[in-house]
Design a protein. Structure first.
Length: 133
């Protein structure tokens, strides 16, 4: 029985690291995307428009869809890990941490990041339409 509890505690420790990684991905991905988009647009402008603006904006909006997909996957992974941690905490008779509630968990903090990413994708796509020849 002690060996089983030791194994569960080790699993919980590993999951605590994993949930932090998933949570960080949710907010790091959109900011990396915004920075990458700004740098790409700046380089395109400095190169005298060698890359047509509409092509660049469409490409950035397509990349944004991939970023959004990765963000949603990170959010799902966070929730899945949190649920598994809750089960282990229950089995070990530990007090559950408040990681999956709507006010303090990732859902409350990730929704604005996802919404901003969607808005950026839409803005880049509409910008691409605007600059079509």
């Amino acid at each position: 029985h002690e060996l089983h509890q030791a194994a569960l505690r080790k699993q919980l420790e590993i999951m605590e690291t994993r949930i932090v990684v998933h949570g960080n991905r949710v907010w790091q991905l959109p900011f990396t995307y915004f920075g990458f988009s700004a740098i790409a647009a700046s380089i395109a402008v400095e190169n005298g428009g060698s890359i047509p603006a509409h092509s660049l904006l469409f490409a950035l909006s397509a990349i944004g869809i991939l970023v959004l997909w990765a963000m949603i996957d990170a959010r799902r992974s966070y929730v899945r890990t949190g649920k598994a941690m809750n089960l282990i905490e229950d089995e070990l008779s530990l007090t559950r941490k408040d990681r999956l509630t709507s006010t303090s968990g990732l859902a409350a903090h990730s929704t604005p990041h996802i919404a901003i990413c969607i808005a950026a994708i839409a803005a880049l796509f509409v910008g691409g339409l605007w600059f079509l020849p």
